[in-house]
Design a protein around this ligand. Structure first.
Ligand code: FES
Length: 272
Protein backbone atom coordinates (compact mmCIF):
# COMPACT_ATOMS: atom_id res chain seq x y z
CA UNK A 1 0.00 0.00 0.00
CA UNK A 2 1.09 3.61 -0.43
CA UNK A 3 2.95 5.11 2.52
CA UNK A 4 -0.04 7.35 3.33
CA UNK A 5 -2.50 4.44 3.47
CA UNK A 6 -3.77 4.34 7.10
CA UNK A 7 -4.71 0.70 6.79
CA UNK A 8 -2.50 -1.86 8.58
CA UNK A 9 -0.10 -3.77 6.34
CA UNK A 10 -1.75 -7.12 6.93
CA UNK A 11 -4.65 -8.90 8.55
CA UNK A 12 -8.29 -8.02 9.18
CA UNK A 13 -10.92 -6.70 6.82
CA UNK A 14 -9.04 -3.44 6.40
CA UNK A 15 -6.07 -5.21 4.85
CA UNK A 16 -4.99 -3.83 1.46
CA UNK A 17 -6.24 -6.85 -0.42
CA UNK A 18 -9.79 -6.41 0.89
CA UNK A 19 -12.49 -4.19 -0.57
CA UNK A 20 -12.26 -0.68 0.90
CA UNK A 21 -15.76 -0.36 2.34
CA UNK A 22 -16.21 2.56 4.74
CA UNK A 23 -19.14 1.19 6.76
CA UNK A 24 -18.12 -1.00 9.72
CA UNK A 25 -20.51 -3.66 8.41
CA UNK A 26 -23.58 -3.97 6.22
CA UNK A 27 -25.80 -6.00 8.51
CA UNK A 28 -29.15 -4.44 9.36
CA UNK A 29 -30.49 -7.15 11.71
CA UNK A 30 -29.94 -7.29 15.46
CA UNK A 31 -26.66 -9.20 15.07
CA UNK A 32 -25.48 -8.07 18.52
CA UNK A 33 -28.26 -9.97 20.30
CA UNK A 34 -26.63 -13.42 20.16
CA UNK A 35 -23.15 -12.33 21.37
CA UNK A 36 -24.72 -10.17 24.10
CA UNK A 37 -26.91 -13.05 25.33
CA UNK A 38 -23.93 -15.41 25.19
CA UNK A 39 -21.77 -13.02 27.20
CA UNK A 40 -24.54 -12.55 29.80
CA UNK A 41 -25.09 -16.32 30.15
CA UNK A 42 -21.40 -17.14 30.46
CA UNK A 43 -20.82 -14.29 32.87
CA UNK A 44 -23.66 -15.48 35.10
CA UNK A 45 -22.14 -18.96 35.19
CA UNK A 46 -18.64 -17.62 35.92
CA UNK A 47 -19.93 -15.49 38.82
CA UNK A 48 -21.98 -18.33 40.28
CA UNK A 49 -19.31 -21.02 39.88
CA UNK A 50 -16.56 -18.77 41.27
CA UNK A 51 -18.64 -18.05 44.36
CA UNK A 52 -19.39 -21.74 44.85
CA UNK A 53 -15.89 -22.96 44.13
CA UNK A 54 -14.39 -20.63 46.72
CA UNK A 55 -17.24 -21.03 49.24
CA UNK A 56 -15.69 -24.23 50.58
CA UNK A 57 -18.94 -25.10 52.37
CA UNK A 58 -22.36 -26.68 51.86
CA UNK A 59 -21.24 -29.07 49.17
CA UNK A 60 -22.44 -32.27 50.79
CA UNK A 61 -25.98 -33.17 51.80
CA UNK A 62 -26.18 -36.93 52.27
CA UNK A 63 -26.30 -38.71 49.90
CA UNK A 64 -25.60 -35.90 47.42
CA UNK A 65 -22.16 -34.47 46.65
CA UNK A 66 -21.91 -31.28 44.63
CA UNK A 67 -20.42 -31.94 41.18
CA UNK A 68 -18.13 -28.93 41.77
CA UNK A 69 -16.47 -30.79 44.64
CA UNK A 70 -16.26 -34.32 43.29
CA UNK A 71 -13.94 -36.11 43.58
CA UNK A 72 -12.83 -34.40 46.77
CA UNK A 73 -9.06 -34.72 46.89
CA UNK A 74 -8.08 -32.75 50.02
CA UNK A 75 -7.78 -33.73 53.63
CA UNK A 76 -9.92 -30.75 54.57
CA UNK A 77 -12.96 -32.07 52.65
CA UNK A 78 -16.17 -32.28 54.65
CA UNK A 79 -16.48 -35.83 56.00
CA UNK A 80 -18.45 -37.60 53.30
CA UNK A 81 -19.55 -41.18 53.28
CA UNK A 82 -20.95 -40.82 49.79
CA UNK A 83 -18.85 -39.90 46.81
CA UNK A 84 -15.14 -40.31 46.14
CA UNK A 85 -13.05 -38.62 48.83
CA UNK A 86 -9.32 -39.22 48.54
CA UNK A 87 -6.98 -37.23 50.74
CA UNK A 88 -4.22 -36.71 48.19
CA UNK A 89 -3.78 -33.04 49.17
CA UNK A 90 -2.83 -33.03 52.86
CA UNK A 91 -3.27 -30.43 55.56
CA UNK A 92 -0.94 -28.04 53.68
CA UNK A 93 -3.74 -27.41 51.17
CA UNK A 94 -5.61 -24.44 52.60
CA UNK A 95 -7.87 -23.52 49.70
CA UNK A 96 -11.25 -24.87 48.71
CA UNK A 97 -10.99 -28.48 47.49
CA UNK A 98 -13.12 -27.53 44.47
CA UNK A 99 -10.17 -25.63 43.00
CA UNK A 100 -8.17 -28.84 42.63
CA UNK A 101 -10.71 -30.69 40.54
CA UNK A 102 -12.40 -27.84 38.68
CA UNK A 103 -9.23 -27.27 36.65
CA UNK A 104 -10.17 -30.22 34.44
CA UNK A 105 -13.82 -29.49 33.55
CA UNK A 106 -12.95 -25.79 33.32
CA UNK A 107 -10.07 -26.50 30.92
CA UNK A 108 -12.32 -28.82 28.92
CA UNK A 109 -14.99 -26.14 28.51
CA UNK A 110 -12.61 -23.23 28.02
CA UNK A 111 -10.88 -24.97 25.11
CA UNK A 112 -14.12 -26.43 23.66
CA UNK A 113 -14.65 -25.46 20.02
CA UNK A 114 -18.16 -24.23 20.72
CA UNK A 115 -17.25 -22.19 23.80
CA UNK A 116 -14.36 -20.62 21.89
CA UNK A 117 -16.82 -19.35 19.33
CA UNK A 118 -19.10 -18.17 22.13
CA UNK A 119 -16.55 -16.21 24.11
CA UNK A 120 -14.54 -14.96 21.15
CA UNK A 121 -17.78 -13.39 19.93
CA UNK A 122 -19.29 -12.47 23.28
CA UNK A 123 -16.25 -11.03 25.04
CA UNK A 124 -13.49 -10.35 22.53
CA UNK A 125 -15.59 -9.34 19.54
CA UNK A 126 -13.21 -11.38 17.46
CA UNK A 127 -15.31 -11.21 15.38
CA UNK A 128 -18.56 -10.27 17.15
CA UNK A 129 -20.75 -11.88 14.46
CA UNK A 130 -20.66 -13.15 10.88
CA UNK A 131 -19.85 -10.33 8.44
CA UNK A 132 -19.16 -7.87 11.27
CA UNK A 133 -15.54 -6.82 11.31
CA UNK A 134 -13.59 -7.20 14.51
CA UNK A 135 -12.20 -4.01 16.01
CA UNK A 136 -8.68 -5.41 16.43
CA UNK A 137 -6.04 -4.24 14.01
CA UNK A 138 -4.26 -7.56 13.81
CA UNK A 139 -5.48 -11.12 13.71
CA UNK A 140 -3.19 -13.95 14.75
CA UNK A 141 -5.79 -16.62 15.33
CA UNK A 142 -4.69 -19.36 17.72
CA UNK A 143 -1.07 -19.34 16.67
CA UNK A 144 0.36 -17.39 19.63
CA UNK A 145 0.41 -17.74 23.40
CA UNK A 146 -1.99 -17.95 25.19
CA UNK A 147 -4.50 -18.97 22.50
CA UNK A 148 -2.15 -21.60 21.12
CA UNK A 149 -3.00 -23.53 24.31
CA UNK A 150 -6.45 -24.16 22.81
CA UNK A 151 -4.76 -27.08 21.08
CA UNK A 152 -4.71 -28.89 24.41
CA UNK A 153 -8.42 -29.56 24.02
CA UNK A 154 -8.07 -33.25 23.17
CA UNK A 155 -6.08 -33.81 26.39
CA UNK A 156 -8.76 -32.09 28.43
CA UNK A 157 -11.19 -34.45 26.71
CA UNK A 158 -9.20 -37.41 28.06
CA UNK A 159 -9.36 -35.84 31.55
CA UNK A 160 -13.10 -35.15 31.21
CA UNK A 161 -13.88 -38.87 30.77
CA UNK A 162 -12.80 -39.98 34.30
CA UNK A 163 -14.43 -36.86 35.78
CA UNK A 164 -17.71 -37.79 34.08
CA UNK A 165 -17.19 -41.37 35.34
CA UNK A 166 -16.88 -40.12 38.92
CA UNK A 167 -20.01 -37.97 38.58
CA UNK A 168 -21.76 -41.11 37.31
CA UNK A 169 -20.64 -42.91 40.47
CA UNK A 170 -22.01 -40.01 42.55
CA UNK A 171 -25.32 -40.34 40.72
CA UNK A 172 -25.50 -44.06 41.51
CA UNK A 173 -24.83 -43.24 45.17
CA UNK A 174 -27.73 -40.78 45.06
CA UNK A 175 -29.99 -43.85 45.09
CA UNK A 176 -29.13 -44.34 48.77
CA UNK A 177 -30.80 -42.55 51.65
CA UNK A 178 -29.08 -40.47 54.33
CA UNK A 179 -28.40 -43.72 56.25
CA UNK A 180 -26.73 -45.15 53.15
CA UNK A 181 -29.40 -47.77 52.52
CA UNK A 182 -30.19 -48.44 48.86
CA UNK A 183 -33.58 -47.78 47.33
CA UNK A 184 -33.86 -44.03 47.94
CA UNK A 185 -35.13 -41.68 45.32
CA UNK A 186 -35.53 -38.00 46.01
CA UNK A 187 -35.81 -34.92 43.88
CA UNK A 188 -32.03 -34.65 44.16
CA UNK A 189 -31.65 -38.10 42.60
CA UNK A 190 -33.60 -36.86 39.57
CA UNK A 191 -31.55 -33.67 39.39
CA UNK A 192 -28.36 -35.75 39.43
CA UNK A 193 -29.71 -38.16 36.80
CA UNK A 194 -30.60 -35.39 34.36
CA UNK A 195 -27.24 -33.74 35.00
CA UNK A 196 -25.16 -36.85 34.35
CA UNK A 197 -27.04 -37.66 31.13
CA UNK A 198 -26.35 -34.13 29.88
CA UNK A 199 -22.71 -34.24 31.02
CA UNK A 200 -22.12 -37.47 29.08
CA UNK A 201 -24.01 -36.22 26.04
CA UNK A 202 -21.92 -33.03 26.01
CA UNK A 203 -18.66 -34.92 26.57
CA UNK A 204 -19.34 -37.52 23.86
CA UNK A 205 -20.51 -34.86 21.42
CA UNK A 206 -17.06 -33.24 21.59
CA UNK A 207 -15.35 -32.64 18.25
CA UNK A 208 -12.19 -34.29 19.59
CA UNK A 209 -14.21 -37.36 20.60
CA UNK A 210 -15.61 -37.61 17.09
CA UNK A 211 -12.11 -37.41 15.65
CA UNK A 212 -10.68 -39.90 18.14
CA UNK A 213 -13.31 -42.55 17.39
CA UNK A 214 -13.54 -42.04 13.64
CA UNK A 215 -10.54 -40.05 12.48
CA UNK A 216 -7.44 -41.16 10.61
CA UNK A 217 -9.22 -44.13 9.03
CA UNK A 218 -8.83 -44.83 5.33
CA UNK A 219 -11.69 -47.30 5.09
CA UNK A 220 -14.74 -47.17 7.31
CA UNK A 221 -15.77 -50.52 5.82
CA UNK A 222 -12.83 -52.20 7.59
CA UNK A 223 -13.71 -50.66 10.95
CA UNK A 224 -17.45 -51.19 11.37
CA UNK A 225 -17.42 -50.65 15.15
CA UNK A 226 -15.55 -47.36 14.92
CA UNK A 227 -17.75 -46.34 12.01
CA UNK A 228 -20.85 -46.92 14.13
CA UNK A 229 -19.35 -45.01 17.08
CA UNK A 230 -18.36 -42.17 14.75
CA UNK A 231 -21.96 -41.98 13.50
CA UNK A 232 -23.25 -41.76 17.08
CA UNK A 233 -20.67 -39.12 17.98
CA UNK A 234 -21.62 -37.23 14.81
CA UNK A 235 -25.30 -37.19 15.70
CA UNK A 236 -24.52 -35.84 19.15
CA UNK A 237 -21.97 -33.45 17.70
CA UNK A 238 -24.68 -31.79 15.61
CA UNK A 239 -26.25 -30.72 18.93
CA UNK A 240 -22.99 -29.72 20.62
CA UNK A 241 -23.97 -26.11 21.24
CA UNK A 242 -27.30 -27.04 22.82
CA UNK A 243 -25.62 -29.71 24.94
CA UNK A 244 -22.93 -27.26 26.02
CA UNK A 245 -25.58 -24.89 27.41
CA UNK A 246 -27.85 -27.60 28.81
CA UNK A 247 -25.02 -29.32 30.68
CA UNK A 248 -23.66 -25.99 31.94
CA UNK A 249 -27.07 -25.19 33.37
CA UNK A 250 -27.62 -28.68 34.77
CA UNK A 251 -24.27 -28.83 36.56
CA UNK A 252 -24.94 -25.43 38.15
CA UNK A 253 -28.44 -26.54 39.16
CA UNK A 254 -27.12 -29.80 40.66
CA UNK A 255 -24.64 -27.79 42.73
CA UNK A 256 -27.32 -25.26 43.71
CA UNK A 257 -29.60 -28.09 44.78
CA UNK A 258 -26.92 -29.54 47.07
CA UNK A 259 -26.21 -26.06 48.42
CA UNK A 260 -29.89 -25.42 49.25
CA UNK A 261 -30.36 -28.79 50.97
CA UNK A 262 -27.00 -28.62 52.79
CA UNK A 263 -27.64 -25.10 54.05
CA UNK A 264 -31.09 -26.08 55.35
CA UNK A 265 -33.23 -24.04 52.96
CA UNK A 266 -35.41 -27.11 52.34
CA UNK A 267 -35.36 -30.88 52.77
CA UNK A 268 -34.91 -33.14 49.81
CA UNK A 269 -38.45 -34.19 48.76
CA UNK A 270 -38.52 -37.97 48.64
CA UNK A 271 -40.46 -40.17 46.20
CA UNK A 272 -39.49 -43.47 47.91
FE1 FES B 1 -16.71 -28.84 22.78
FE2 FES B 1 -14.80 -30.76 22.69
S1 FES B 1 -15.43 -29.42 21.15
S2 FES B 1 -16.13 -30.25 24.30
Amino acid sequence: PPATDPRPPSGGVRAPARAAIGAPHLRTDRWWLAPAATAAGLLAFVVYSTWRAFADAHYYAAPYVSPFYSPCLAERCEPMRAGPNWEIFGSWWGLSPAIIILVFPLGFRLTCYYYRKAYYRGFWASPPACAVAEPHRRYTGETRFPLVLQNLHRYFFYAAIPVAGILTYDTVLAFRDEHYAWGHMGLGTLVFLVNIVLIWAYTLSCHSCRHIVGGKLKHFSRHPVRYRMWQWAGRLNARHMQLAWASLLSVALADLYVYLVASGVFDDPRFF
